[in-house]
Design a protein around this ligand. Structure first.
Ligand code: PMP
Length: 343
């Protein structure tokens, strides 16, 4: 069935006249720019390219996806939030998530006054399709968020294909951790599914969390709406420069070497954790962190903090579970020493 994206978009966004940035119609770099009330002096005096064309072109070449299918956000958190603004009528529409998962879907839903349907993942942290099925036909359900690999559980989510084939709203796949995973990205499926948004980020595998740049891959139609609603200059020139500098062959190789190192450290960490009495369970992970179940998460968390080792206490979400990011070899050693002293 052909999906009409326009029908999914909020009415006021369809008719919205977006802010038009100064210089929108001028593509050159050399000119006398007296159009944006900038200061003629200094090095950082000009507004950045609102559409981050250079970065999008590089990403387009690297990933073999047209730059018209790419949107850049101020972190993937902005990519998530803008999806609400494009598709969800406050006080009327709904989104759906699978719990436990990344907290920002719920926060963004609350900020945007959108009802959140939260279905629990099963004991293997997978989607239970039978529970999901009735919701797929709710006309007010606008977005299904799927985080894969999932944060905080670490596993990749199965059955995404089924949802793509059977849901006519927006399917938002959050692939923040995909570069650590053996699974394929869904990025290349945007050709077949005009209602699919795949988000990725420079914050994790690229090691650039401080720069705050996230990516949405989606149909041209969806990207056009992203550009319509985004703040005009959502990514600063300094941050655009940092990303541009990172997108060269040498650095890309370095990133890939670092990620191999992180995955190797993860293996070592898991082996050492297995030897601890206080660790009850280690959940399978396709990401750069592991979720473990311990005897008393609150107590162990507190003892680690006393030694300046900070992990994420997820006891309130999954009973007695801690989420541990894989650090450098030295950091992981310090973690293990401290855990052994508690053991
Ligand atoms: N998605 C997931 C699943 C995450 O874990 C995070 C960060 N913790 C984000 C998105 C946000 O990433 P950023 O805004 O840094 O791109």
């Amino acid at each position: 069935m052909k999906i009409d994206i326009q029908k999914l978009v909020r009415k006021n966004i369809l008719n919205l006249k977006p802010y038009s940035s100064a210089r929108d119609e001028f593509e050159g770099e050399n000119g006398i720019f007296l159009d944006a009330n900038e200061n003629p002096f200094g090095e950082l005096n000009r507004y950045p390219d609102p559409y981050q064309r250079k970065i999008r072109q590089k990403l387009s070449t690297i990933n073999q996806i047209s730059d018209e299918n790419i949107f850049l956000g101020n972190g993937s958190d902005e990519v998530i939030d803008l999806a609400f603004r494009i598709f969800c009528e406050p006080g009327k529409d709904k989104v759906l998530t699978f719990s436990p998962t990344y907290g920002m879907y719920e926060v963004s839903a609350n900020i945007n006054d959108v009802e959140l349907i939260n279905l629990n993942l099963n004991d293997d942290f997978q989607i239970d399709l039978e529970t999901l099925k009735p919701y797929l036909y709710d006309e007010n359900l606008k977005i299904i968020f799927i985080c894969s690999p999932n944060n905080p559980t670490g596993n990749s989510i199965k059955n995404i294909e089924y949802i793509l084939e059977n849901f006519n709203g927006i399917i938002f796949i959050d692939e923040a951790y995909i570069d650590f995973s053996p699974e394929q990205s869904f990025r290349n499926k945007i050709e077949n599914f005009p209602n699919l948004i795949v988000s990725q980020t420079f914050s994790k595998a690229w090691g650039m969390a401080s720069v705050r740049v996230g990516i949405a891959y989606a149909s041209e139609e969806i990207i056009k709406f992203y550009n319509k609603v985004k703040p005009p200059y959502n990514i600063s020139q300094l941050n655009q420069n940092a990303i541009l500098n990172a997108l060269n062959d040498e650095n890309i190789n370095q990133v890939s070497e670092n990620n191999k190192l992180i995955l190797n450290e993860k293996k070592i960490l898991i082996e050492s954790l297995k030897e601890l009495k206080l660790v009850k369970k280690i959940f399978p992970s396709d990401a750069n962190f592991v979720l473990i179940e311990v005897e008393n998460a609150d107590e162990i968390y507190k003892k680690l903090v006393e030694e300046n080792v900070i992990v994420r206490n997820r006891n309130s979400v999954i009973k007695n579970c801690l989420r541990i990011t894989v650090g450098s070899p030295q950091e992981n050693l310090k973690l293990m020493e401290t855990l052994k002293s508690i053991n």
